[in-house]
Design a protein around this ligand. Structure first.
Ligand SMILES: NC(=O)C1=CN([C@@H]2O[C@H](COP(=O)(O)OP(=O)(O)OC[C@H]3O[C@@H](n4cnc5c(N)ncnc54)[C@H](O)[C@@H]3O)[C@@H](O)[C@H]2O)C=CC1
Ligand SMILES: CC(C)CC(=O)C(=O)O
Ligand SMILES: [Mg+2]
Length: 356
């Protein structure tokens, strides 16, 4: 049983370190943990944001724990050398097309949400984001128009097979929840979205127990703030899912709380192969200052234990420890408190020991 650990850049290093303390505490028999470089760190040391050795490590593992990539000093590199290509490259190369991003209220945190407390305490939504297609992976470029202006362009498209497979993931996920699925698109304007909607409707015939509805993404952004409790499971494309999940994080209280799982079809001896990461980035504004909230990464580790290693009890132990530490009032700066990254790590470790 092998986990590849790819901390990456900025706070990716700090939050991954704290999550690994929880993994060590669990003392999983036969577990091998191997570190690899990604992002700006890998570019500086090995000349590429996703070196072949890292990709090989990822492929030979049962699961990947990923921190974050991104560094402002790399923002003017050629696109294929930028840190973000590491995570995009891993998602594509490993066929990780289904991104699960749960956003669930934590008791006691209602007042840290951007929403009114009575609205915030109800939120329990799973965003199922397609992760291998859309405008993120289409052809792109810049060109000079006939009138002499520069023009940037990015191709948005979805093949019906891509929509169909994420639809199945989302319907099955909804069946484990409240059997309600909202497909979010922009079908009033985009052909890509019209096909998305048509395929969602076709696939829904196979899931008569799941209630499917459709919402335009602009309305969904508004409804997520107005009445998040009306959502159960959301399925959406790569771009819209990226944006809506950051928004959902602030409905819960902080982007430092939201974990994610990126799954494909590959099964291992222990579960579904996947990559797990907080939904946030490398946060250059607070990197290296011991200020980042490591809880999103800890909760991503819990998802890894559940989906890739079949360790449900260990996953729940981490989730319970994080929730109880928050309820105890241990909070980082993102939640109006003063606990440092390592102090939050200490508190969760202590809690884990007490609830073993
Ligand atoms: N999967 C990945 O590796 C991702 C990488 N990025 C990259 O990260 C870099 C920074 O991007 P931003 O747009 O600033 O997004 P970001 O998510 O890194 O940060 C946005 C804001 O949230 C705060 N924040 C994020 N995570 C936090 C945590 N755990 N605790 C406390 N505060 C936290 C940051 O301090 C910042 O003010 C860019 O290079 C971007 O491309 C962004 C998103 C995802
Ligand atoms: C940095 C990216 C490639 C994407 C992103 O923001 C995300 O996956 O949350
Ligand atoms: Mg994002």
């Amino acid at each position: 049983m092998k986990i590849a650990v790819l901390p990456g850049d900025g706070i990716g290093q700090e939050v991954t370190r704290e999550a690994l303390r929880l993994l060590e505490l669990l003392e999983l028999p036969g577990l091998e943990v191997e570190h690899g470089e990604v992002g700006a760190t890998a570019y500086r040391n090995q000349g590429h944001p996703l070196p072949e050795a890292t990709l090989e490590l990822a492929r030979s593992s049962d699961a990947i724990l990923f921190g974050a990539v991104g560094d402002p000093s790399c923002d003017n590199l050629e696109r294929h050398l930028r840190p973000e290509q590491a995570i995009l490259g891993l998602r594509a190369a490993l066929g990780l097309f289904a991104n699960l991003r749960p956003a669930t209220a934590f008791p006691g945190l209602e007042h840290m949400s951007g929403l009114k407390p009575e609205i915030a305490r109800e939120i329990d939504v799973l965003i199922v984001r397609e992760l291998n297609g859309d405008v993120y992976f289409g052809d792109k470029g810049t060109r000079v128009r006939e009138d002499g202006q520069r023009e940037g362009w990015d191709m948005m498209s979805y093949a019906e097979s891509e929509v169909r497979r994420i639809a199945h993931t989302a319907f099955r996920a909804a069946q484990t929840r409240k059997n309600r699925l909202t497909s979010v698109d922009k079908a009033n304007v985009l052909e890509t979205s019209q096909l998305w909607r048509d395929v969602m409707i076709e696939v829904s015939a196979e899931y008569p127990d799941v209630e499917l509805d459709h919402m335009y993404v602009d309305n969904a952004a508004m409804q997520l703030v107005k009445a998040p409790a009306n959502f159960d499971t959301i399925v959406t494309g790569n771009l819209f899912g990226d944006i809506l999940s950051d928004q959902a994080s602030m409905c819960v209280g902080s982007i430092g709380l939201l974990p994610s799982a990126a799954l494909g079809e590959r099964q291992t001896d222990y579960g579904t192969f996947g990559l797990y990461e907080p939904i946030h980035g490398s946060a250059p504004d607070i990197a290296g200052k011991n200020l980042a909230n490591p809880m999103a990464t800890m909760l991503s580790l819990a998802m890894l234990l559940r989906h890739s290693l079949g360790r449900e009890a260990d996953a729940e132990r981490i989730e319970r420890a994080v929730a109880e530490v928050l309820a105890d009032g241990v909070r980082g700066g993102d939640l109006g408190g003063s606990a440092t990254t390592t102090e939050i790590g200490d508190a969760v470790v202590t809690k884990m020991v007490s609830i073993s």
